[in-house]
Ligand binder design. Structure first.
Ligand SMILES: [Zn+2]
Ligand SMILES: [Zn+2]
Length: 431
């Protein structure tokens, strides 16, 4: 008996599992089925960015049923749920994104989307091809778990349900930047913020993370080359923007290979090249559009500067002129190193060390970066792929998140929140 007591005491000193793991596990087991039901509903009726009307209603109703203070209409369709714990303490924020994509789903899920909508003036299918339905459902499940432990919570939990992570429709504002512009962090001042994202490389049961840079800065650009129209059989009378555009596309690729330090990350992609109406007419102009991804501000500045120089130089050499616009969209997402080290240790304690993998930074962007620029942030990956199956990539018709990921996400996120409030990293542990 005595040995057991000493062993228990020693273990708690060495590895304080701050969230009572047994309570958490039983709450997750009990509450995950409802979160999965909600996930099916959200998945079957997906909505594009800034149009998450029904999703927001479902989220708000669930939070209200749990006794959260609920704000709606934040950054168009966002919802905020606030849970004030029974004891004083810091505020911790968690973010889930709610928007879907203009993709036609091609899975055999019984709750697959057959919805159609309009996007950019065109009729399109709409699907949760980036798994935001799973993120929203996990966060609704976390809301239920935390509401069940409200009296023990030392602090306040701020659940952000964000619209338009994939970017707002043309001409609109939206997403994390608009939530911040509307003052969400001025009012609540969280000590840190967490988020998760499914990623098909990882199987159900595992999570993955890295400290430091994880997702790139994302910029968009547009160039219009103005030439001179002529008959296709009289090129000597034209200033041909098609030939100039072709040269520009190749020359732009030398920025990555010849100007940027080879040890730095950078991608320059031309995603749209558009011009001309007929086979036998040299058009008057060609439009190019694309994206640039970087991690470092100096590299971002260099790419923008060299793009302008190259486009102007190539256009001038061909006798044309060029208009060039460059727009910085998302900052890079950098996980706070100290918070990440703490969170990694917590995830290993709760899920098992073999379930917590490391990940490499990617050049995809994530607008959670706006939040984590303001307060220390930790963003990790949740495995959505059923073991033994092949999954589609994110943003493709065959991507599928398995329901088994929902309780794993609930357990991971709820334990981070509970442990953070029980003993905020960098502060003396609450005994
Ligand atoms: Zn996405
Ligand atoms: Zn996404």
């Amino acid at each position: 008996m005595r040995r057991c007591l000493i062993a228990g005491f020693t273990a708690s000193l060495l590895l304080p599992v701050l969230a009572p793991a047994a309570d958490l596990d039983s709450l997750v087991t009990q509450l995950a089925p409802r979160a999965i039901e909600l996930r099916h509903q959200i998945h079957q009726y997906p909505e594009l960015g800034n149009r998450e009307f029904e999703t927001a209603k479902l989220v708000a109703a669930h939070l209200q049923s749990l006794g959260y203070e609920v704000r709606t209409g934040v950054a168009h369709t966002g919802v905020i749920g606030v849970l004030r714990g029974g004891k004083p303490g810091p505020t911790i924020a968690v973010r889930a994104d709610m928007d879907a994509l203009p993709v036609v789903e091609d899975t055999d899920l019984p709750f697959a989307s057959t919805q159609r909508t309009t996007y950019d003036g065109q009729e399109v299918g709409v699907a949760h091809a980036c798994g935001h339905d799973a993120h929203t459902a996990v966060q609704l499940g976390v809301a239920s778990v935390l509401a069940g432990m409200r009296e023990e919570l030392a602090g306040t939990v701020l659940l952000l349900f964000q619209p338009a992570e994939e970017g707002p429709p043309a001409g609109e504002e939206g997403g994390a930047a608009l939530m911040l512009k509307e003052g969400v962090f001025d009012e609540f001042k969280p000590a840190a913020i967490f988020a998760l994202h499914v990623f098909p490389e990882f199987e159900v049961g595992s999570v993955a993370y890295a400290g430091g840079p994880v997702q790139a800065a994302s910029d968009t650009w547009r160039a219009v080359i103005h030439g001179k129209q002529a008959h296709g059989a009289w090129p000597q009378l034209a200033i041909d923007p098609v030939v100039i555009a072709a040269e520009a596309v190749l020359s732009l690729q030398t920025i990555r290979s010849r100007n940027v330090d080879p040890t730095e990350a950078a991608v320059l992609t031309v995603g749209i090249i558009r011009g001309g109406q007929r086979e036998n007419i040299i058009p008057s102009e060609v439009e190019l559009r694309g994206t640039v991804r970087t991690y470092e501000r100096a590299v971002q500045d260099l790419v923008e500067k060299r793009m302008g120089e190259i486009l102007n130089g190539v256009a001038q050499a061909g006798g044309a002129t060029v208009e060039f616009e460059y727009q910085r969209e998302n900052p890079p997402l950098v996980n706070d190193p100290a918070l990440s080290a703490w969170a990694g240790e917590r995830l290993r304690a709760h899920l098992g060390a073999d379930k917590v993998q490391s990940m490499r930074p990617v050049m995809g962007a994530e607008d959670f970066a706006f939040f984590s620029e303001r307060v220390p942030g930790f963003y990790f990956r949740l495995g959505p792929t059923k073991p033994g199956t092949v999954n589609g990539n994110l943003h493709t018709p065959t991507f599928r998140a398995d329901d088994g990921a929902i309780p794993v996400g609930m357990r991971a996120m709820a334990s981070l929140v509970l442990d953070f409030l029980a003993a905020p990293p960098g502060l003396p542990a609450v005994q």
